[in-house]
Each structure stands twice: as C-alpha cells, then as structure tokens.
Design a protein around this ligand. Structure first.
Ligand SMILES: Cc1cc2nc3c(=O)[nH]c(=O)nc-3n(C[C@H](O)[C@H](O)[C@H](O)COP(=O)(O)O)c2cc1C
Length: 187
C-alpha cells in the first residue's frame, strides 16, 4: 500500500537539529519499499506574514496570492502523513512556521477547503530544555482545526547544530518513532 510521507521542517536553521530529526525519521520510513518520502523546509518558501485583512472570511481562500503559501500547502494536501518538525523558540514555533500557520487562516471559514481532513501527523519538537507545552499546543490546535489526526508527538533535546544526532537517546527516540509509525500503517 503506497504511503506518501512529507517531512516538513519549520526551523530557520538549515541542516540544524530539526532538519536532522525529520530526515532521520524519513530515512527509517523509506526502508519500506512502498513508502515515498519528501523533505521540505518552510524557510525555503517565500511566505509572507498574514496581514489580517480578513478577506479570507469572504473568499474562503487567502487574498495574498503573490507568494508561495499555496505551493507549500499543496504539498501537505498531497501527503498521507505529515512529519512536522519545529524547534522551540521562546516557548512557541519560530516566526517562519507561525507565518505559515497564520496564513492557513485562508481556510478558517471553510475548513474542508484546506483538504487535510483525515490525514495523519506526527509532531517533532526540538528544544534545549523546555517550553514544549505552549509550542505543541499551537501546532496541535492548528492541525486539529483542519481535521488532522495527530498520531505521535515527540520531544527532542538538543541545542547546537549537529548535537541531536550525537545523542544516542534522541536518535533512539526517532528510530522508535519510525517503527511505531510503520507498524501503525502496515500493521
Ligand atoms: C530565538 C530562539 C529562541 C529559543 N527559545 C527556546 C526556548 O524557549 N526553549 C528552549 O528550550 N530552547 C530554545 N531555543 C533553543 C532551540 O530550541 C535549540 O537550539 C534547537 O536545537 C534549535 O533547533 P534547530 O537546530 O533546528 O534550529 C531557542 C533558540 C533560539 C534561536
């Protein structure tokens, strides 16, 4: 059974701990031949902040059409499982991730137009030491609003670039997550 897994990193730091964590899980999932994986970074897309015009309440889509929000959103729509990673920045997702989340207000008035209902997501959060709860709460409430089933949530501890992959305990969490996700899908 084909399974499309999108790994999306919301970290501004290229090849940082979040990118590493998402790629590690994708790599483990890709051992299953029927799985197709793709790794993307929110930071690689041009996404303007929501300007709060509220036109979406009438249009049931975003009035800001001159950037790459819709391009990235389509990637979510085309996936079966979203592996969403983000570092904790001041107890919350980083600004670029929050901008992406905010722009999905495009579909607030007509959530079915988001086309995410019934999809699954696993949330990976990376922090030096804390602030996970409010951070996860933002990501969870956002995905749930659009009908996404959050099947896993994993907290990872790392600070400097490269640190996560040097910590056996954190790498183990990622490998265990991949096994659980695979078992859940393939039984
Ligand atoms: C602006 C900023 C805010 C941060 N806020 C927190 C925080 O609230 N709690 C925490 O434990 N770590 C915090 N950190 C540390 C990062 O979460 C940590 O360095 C993480 O590994 C970064 O992931 P990355 O390598 O994917 O960028 C912060 C880092 C930055 C740059």
């Amino acid at each position: 059974m084909a399974w499309k897994v999108l790994g999306l990193s919301g970290s501004p730091r290229k090849d940082g701990n979040t990118d590493d964590a998402v790629r590690e899980v994708l790599q483990a999932l890709a051992e299953e031949p029927a799985v197709t994986t793709e790794f993307l970074r929110v930071a690689d897309y041009h996404i303007e902040p929501c300007i709060g015009c509220r036109e979406c309440m009438r249009l049931e889509d975003c009035a800001q059409q001159d950037d790459e929000f819709h391009l990235l959103w389509r990637k979510l729509v085309q996936s079966d499982l979203l592996l969403l990673g983000a570092p904790v920045y001041w107890n919350a997702p980083p600004g670029i991730m929050k901008d992406f989340i905010d722009r999905s207000h495009a579909y607030y008035a007509a959530p079915e137009k988001a086309q995410l209902r019934g999809k699954q997501a696993a949330i990976l959060s990376v922090a030096t030491g804390g602030g996970f709860e409010p951070h996860e709460s933002v990501m969870r409430s956002w995905l749930r609003y659009y009908g996404v089933d959050i099947v896993e949530q994993v907290r990872l501890y790392a600070c400097e670039k490269g640190e996560l992959l040097q910590r056996p305990s954190e790498v183990q969490k990622l490998r265990d997550l991949a096994v659980r996700l695979r078992n859940r899908h393939y039984g």
